[in-house]
Design a protein around this ligand. Sequence first.
Ligand code: SF4
Length: 376
Amino acid sequence: MPTQEEKTFAKNFDINKLSDVPEGLTPQRKLKQSRGVSKNDAPVHTQGDIYSGAYVMGMDENHVKLENFNENFKVDVISCTETDMEFDMIGIDAALANAFRRILIAELPSMAIEKVFIANNTSVIIDEVLAHRIGLIPIAVDPRLFEYLSEHDQPNEKNTIVFKLHVKCPKGGSRMNVLTNELKWLPNGSEFLKESGDSTSKPKTYTSFNQSQDSFPEFADNPIAPTHPDILIAKLSPGQEIELEAHAVKGIGKTHAKWSPVGTAWYRMLPEVVLLEEVEDEHAERLVKVCPQNVFDIEDMGNGKKRATVAQPRKCTLCRECERDDDFVHRVDLRSVKNHFIFKIESTGSLPPDVLFTEAVKILEAKCETVIAELS
Ligand code: SF4
């Protein structure tokens, strides 16, 4: 049986407090933990080690801690337009950065054309291909203003947007392009009549709108239309005609890519280019020439001497062209900062990219709340 003194010793024992155990991490270990390194044959130290339990392997407490995250997490917006945004996400693990990317692509809703009712199509494009092309046209409308249309719902003003397209190429003229500006919004819903066996009842259309959508304040001065008026849908020869109705509903990219609100969302780790020793004179000039991204520059040191400097490390694409040169392979170190991500979002136009990112954060938050609720 251990004595009380032995029990107390075991309870308070900490290997890191022994005098012959060095404090903290060695510089090599720190580098391995925080940077991926691109060697000329393959990248090394690529694995992340900020996860629960990682400290057991590294003898260092680097597992996820909320207070560390709160202190270190930072977002710096580099540029933001109506459709594109570049920002730096700092102090985050690749798993979380990737979660945002996946949510942006596959889980944020948008409105896309799901049903196409073709009344007439004498163009060379067959109906299925025409419907597929129309389905991929991005629509400039906030999906948060609409509800999902479930299997048992009637298409109504809250879950469906209807467009019509009727174009005829006059005989005797030249060929014409059918562009997205020919898709005209029908705020009162479908105009195509459904066939019914009962000739006494009022004819029905393919939607049941109780209210015109242009009476909604959001659309009164802002009619719904495709994001771009000049996307080519079809080409017509003289005498050919297309008449159809297209019904858009709310969905997510996980169901079909046409609902993805982003053209793409992607990230890369911040590159870090380090000169391990001075590169001077003609070597410096050659290093500047070898880099296709103009990462290096020349510094005049006086007395006719020059040396290479790392002027624009952010532009480095880690193409490793500089490391393929025997003169530079041991003088240039190419690294990636593991917790610093350069993130880019390209919106299709339904919502601005900063709003899309905010919505992605809300979705991740809701997922975390679900997990916490199920575990507690
Ligand atoms: S990896 Fe490519 S882009 Fe980066 S510094 Fe070397 S040559 Fe330039």
